[in-house]
Design a protein around this ligand. Structure first.
Ligand SMILES: Cc1cc2nc3c(=O)[nH]c(=O)nc-3n(C[C@H](O)[C@H](O)[C@H](O)COP(=O)(O)OP(=O)(O)OC[C@H]3O[C@@H](n4cnc5c(N)ncnc54)[C@H](O)[C@@H]3O)c2cc1C
Length: 252
């Protein structure tokens, strides 16, 4: 358990700001560290501004399923926040400044003994790292039709994601591939929604996609309100044509 070790280090260092990566494990640890440090924590912080004079930080996070942005400040020290993966691009190292890496002592042995460690076998790729995502919604009628989606993904070099019902109700894709407020937040360069209605719980997960493209046969589907490119049509007509066109254009 690394929480006491890191907490003690933070106490000693007494920083104004303590940022933690917003991975599933660290999010949970950050909450426990904030409690031990008796300070505030902005979870899922998407942007922050530091006041150069008093080092106070104003932090932004999504609330109400992504429908609103909340700005928070922390009156205690250290100010803490968890930053979701890919919130910021990789920064260029400034000049000759060098960071200092220190190894902390291992946590003291608890009553539990680790017998073995094995990497988790993933059923799927990490969709939060994908550049292009093809997202399947309930517009897809049968599981066999996933073949058509796979073909499109392959020709475009995309990964496949889905809406919650596809993973949790239909079980057509693993749970770690659904996007949204209770699923993954993604930031691809291109998101293509196939038969996705665009409910707020889903759309809050694609808010930071660079280009959102949607194909839906209902011209009033809410997904079109957040799309950069929208195509009103039946995926069963559009998809085969897209695959054909991409194959021709990319000569695959
Ligand atoms: C607390 C809570 C948390 C939730 N969290 C999430 C979450 O994290 N992620 C998430 O995705 N959902 C989440 N949901 C569920 C969410 O509200 C929606 O129900 C879900 O996103 C809808 O999925 P969908 O778009 O696949 O299906 P639907 O809403 O059923 O939409 C299907 C769409 O496909 C279109 N369509 C049908 N046939 C065709 C065709 N042949 N060609 C083209 N278009 C077609 C329809 O016009 C429709 O717009 C949550 C719900 C709750 C209550």
């Amino acid at each position: 358990d690394y929480v006491p070790v890191i907490t003690e280090e933070v106490r000693q260092g007494d920083p104004d700001l303590f940022l933690v990566a917003g991975t599933p494990r660290l999010k949970e640890m950050a909450a426990r560290m904030a409690a031990r440090l008796d300070t505030g924590l902005c979870s899922g912080c998407l942007s922050l501004k530091i006041d150069a004079v008093d080092k106070s930080v104003s932090m932004e996070r999504l609330v109400y399923g992504g429908a609103a942005v909340q700005t928070v400040t922390c009156s205690t020290r250290p100010q803490m926040a968890t930053i979701p993966p890919r919130t910021y691009g990789i920064a260029v190292a400034p000049g000759k400044r060098e960071g200092q890496i220190r190894e902390l002592a291992a946590p003291s042995a608890g009553k539990m003994k680790i017998i073995d460690r094995k990497p988790r076998t993933r059923q799927s790729v990490d969709i939060t790292e994908a550049r292009i995502l093809v997202c399947v919604g309930r517009g897809l009628e049968n599981q066999q039709d996933m073949q058509m989606v796979q073909e499109l993904a392959e020709v475009m070099g995309a990964e496949i994601a889905c809406t919650r019902p596809i993973a949790e109700e239909m079980h057509w894709l693993p749970e770690e591939t659904y996007i949204g407020i209770s699923g993954k937040q993604v930031k691809p360069d291109l998101y293509i929604g196939l038969g996705v209605s665009g409910q707020i719980q889903h759309v809050s997960g694609i808010r930071d996609a660079r280009v959102i493209c949607a194909i839906n046969r209902d011209e009033n589907a809410p997904i079109f309100e957040v799309s950069d490119l929208g195509l009103v049509g039946d995926i069963y007509t559009v998809l085969p044509e897209m695959i054909k066109q991409f194959k021709q254009a990319l000569k695959k």
